[in-house]
Design a protein around this ligand. Structure first.
Ligand code: FES
Length: 498
């Protein structure tokens, strides 16, 4: 049987922090308990500031708990691209920051004795075609010049021929849920209070509020992958996309000793893992698809599972999806949310490298709050505007948004909610309204408005996670309309109110 959930969430520890249920005060209020939020809390609490971290679901289990959990500064072909956009100094700072992120994770795990299956591994990006090999060779020259631990090799330990690979030494991999929950457990209780099952629905620069309570603070940090609502306009500067992810038991003799990603598309990204009983596993991801486009989702999984089976003899025991945001100029936005210098701080657009970039963000945000100098400030400046740097695909993504807003999904409507078979989902037109309907395996109908509560696009079905996902800016909702993930903060309306 294939589990429709993240392996990391299924095998990690649980947490049970209370919900926010009163009016409290802290130096810093953090919204979101992924690696960025929890590491920021750790940095600030260890410097003596009081922190209240408020997580809508359970800490470490959303985007971080669905990641590949590669701890690396090797971000595919990023460095040549960043150098072209931000110059050699910018690319050097990006590399230094992410190398610091890797070291910080390893140091925190060691200092606190966090049992998170952390292993030092090399990270490889490989090319199988001649053109891609040429690009990779140039990338390796750039990376070495920037001081990164890069080398070229013809043998990456993969069971198929490659043209060349770029190897980064002294990188790492871990179990992300064990790490985040383990780090949270080490936070000093007198300095850091954590609340779960507490969705923030309202905020201003000095206060956040949930249904049950509020936090008044000098600073608010939005550690929500994409800032909530319309904050800073970041929803228009980051391009959302989904990844198909699978993990399965593997023959230990066939698990290569590194972390890998291909230059060629669809990307092949993979890594091994040892469970607590010593069993070997492999994780695969790479093919992307647009939120809510179930045909693309099916094609992505079919492609991924064919590759895993043919190349490593692995079939899926766990299958899930995860989302990423690519910033319009390929460097994350980290810092103050507006150039007015207000007290809302954000980090977003991690470009699929959120483990190291999320840790970079925590270091930088903690320094900004404390007023410490940090050499990374201007590179990651969240208020920079570089319209000329916008990538072609970002413009194409914006065009897609316009299409979804005028109802691109209506072409997929079912005849009626009653016609839905068990396990089936569709957008139906009922009394002139767009209704998102899903009939579960037991035959119960779940019907909600198909209109995203962020800015009004139509949601589409995610067959793997059984959620309604918005293609415009990446909000995700469960089949009963509850918010899984922002920027939306309000549930999809009930069917009768649609
Ligand atoms: Fe923005 Fe849905 S996420 S309209």
């Amino acid at each position: 049987m294939v589990h429709h959930e993240s392996y990391w969430n299924a095998t990690g520890p649980t947490s049970d922090y209370p919900a926010l249920a009163s009016e409290i005060e802290a130096d810093v209020a953090i919204i979101g308990g992924g690696i960025f939020g929890v590491t920021t809390a750790a940095m600030l609490a260890n410097r003596g500031l009081s922190v209240a971290l408020v997580e809508a679901r359970r800490i470490g289990e959303e985007v971080t708990g669905k990641s590949t959990a590669k701890v690396t500064s090797q971000h595919s072909l990023s460095y040549s691209d960043i150098e072209a956009r931000f110059g050699a100094d910018g690319a050097r700072l990006y590399g230094e920051a992410n190398q610091t992120g890797v070291r910080t994770i390893c140091d925190l795990a060691a200092r606190h004795g966090i049992a998170c299956d952390l292993e030092r591994k090399p990270a490889f990006v490989y090319a199988t075609g001649e053109d891609e090999a040429e690009r990779l060779e140039k990338e390796a020259v750039t990376a070495r010049r920037l001081g990164l631990p890069a080398s070229l090799t013809g043998d990456a330990g993969l069971p198929f021929p490659i043209r060349t690979a770029m190897r980064f030494d002294d990188q790492a991999q871990f179990h992300p849920v064990k790490y985040v929950k383990g780090l949270a457990a080490e936070l000093p209780a007198d300095k850091c209070r954590i609340f779960e099952q507490s969705r923030v629905t309202d905020w201003d620069p000095n206060r956040i509020a949930t249904e049950g309570g509020s936090v008044r603070a000098r600073f608010v940090v939005m550690a929500t992958h994409l800032p909530l609502g319309r904050t800073g306009g970041f929803f228009a500067e980051n391009y959302p996309h989904m990844h198909a992810v699978m993990m399965g038991r593997a023959d230990p003799a066939r698990v290569p000793d590194g972390m890998y990603i291909s230059v060629e598309t669809p990307h092949r990204s993979m890594r091994g893992h040892r469970d607590e009983a010593g069993g070997a596993w492999m994780l695969f991801t790479g093919p992307t698809f647009k939120h809510g486009h179930v045909d693309q989702e099916r094609a992505a999984f079919a492609d991924l599972e064919r590759f895993a089976a043919d190349t490593f003899g692995v079939s899926a025991d766990y299958r899930w999806t995860n989302e990423d945001y690519r910033s319009m100029d390929h460097v994350p936005f980290i810092g103050r949310s507006s150039s007015r210098g207000d007290s809302v701080l954000v980090a977003t657009g991690f470009n699929a490298w959120g483990i190291s970039n999320g840790t970079v963000a925590a270091i930088l945000i903690a320094d900004l709050i404390e007023g410490r100098d940090n050499p990374w400030v201007s590179l990651f400046d969240a208020t920079r505007i570089k319209p000329v740097a916008a990538a072609k695909e970002f413009v194409a993504g914006s065009a897609d948004v316009a299409k979804e807003m005028v109802g691109g999904y209506l072409a997929r409507k079912a005849d009626s909610l009653a016609a839905l078979a068990p396990g089936e989902a569709a957008i139906c037109k009922v009394d002139g309204k767009n209704v998102a309907g899903y009939r579960d395996e037991a035959g119960a109908l779940h019907a909600v408005s198909a209109v995203c509560t962020h800015l009004g696009c139509l949601v589409g079905w995610n067959e793997t996670d059984r959620s309604w996902d918005c293609p415009c800016h990446g909000s995700r909702f469960d089949c009963d309309g509850g918010v899984i993930h922002g920027p939306a903060v309000t549930p999809l309306a009930a069917f009768r109110d649609a």
